[in-house]
Write a protein of this length. Structure first.
Length: 135
């Protein structure tokens, strides 16, 4: 049983004109803690992407809501970002429909610092796969 504090993402829903916490999404248990769980968040419809950028390699957790208030969410995927790009920082995530956009800063000593955007696409089986990237 892991008693270390874990990162938490609070889910809000607007009720009678006020924002109310309806659920909390906790960092999945890991062998080591991640100080950066929730450092990047994007959502659309039933899906939410939560960045965990303190891990090496960098990770994004993809979850799906069990209902409109995100109760009983299902962790769909532990998305590991490409390890060959020497990712230093990750920008704000964006999600719309079946697309997840992940901007990163890299620092490969062979080619120097670069800004790259990874485009992930959700398939019919709810897997998110790297579709293309752009510098």
């Amino acid at each position: 049983f892991d008693r270390k504090p874990r990162g938490t993402v609070h889910v809000y829903n607007k009720q009678n004109g006020k924002w109310v916490v309806v659920n909390k999404l906790y960092e999945p248990p890991q062998k080591s803690d991640d100080r950066n769980y929730g450092s990047g968040i994007a959502g659309h419809g039933q899906y939410v992407a939560i960045g965990a950028f303190g891990y090496q390699p960098r990770k994004i957790y993809i979850s799906k809501a069990g209902s409109s208030d995100f109760s009983n969410p299902t962790l769909l995927q532990n998305l590991v970002l490409p390890t060959d790009r020497f990712i230093q920082e990750i920008g704000n995530l964006a999600m719309e429909n079946e697309w997840l956009v992940v901007p990163v800063s890299t620092n490969d000593q062979r080619v120097g610092p670069r800004n790259v955007i990874f485009f992930y696409k959700r398939d019919a089986k709810e897997n998110w796969n790297l579709d293309h990237e752009m510098e």
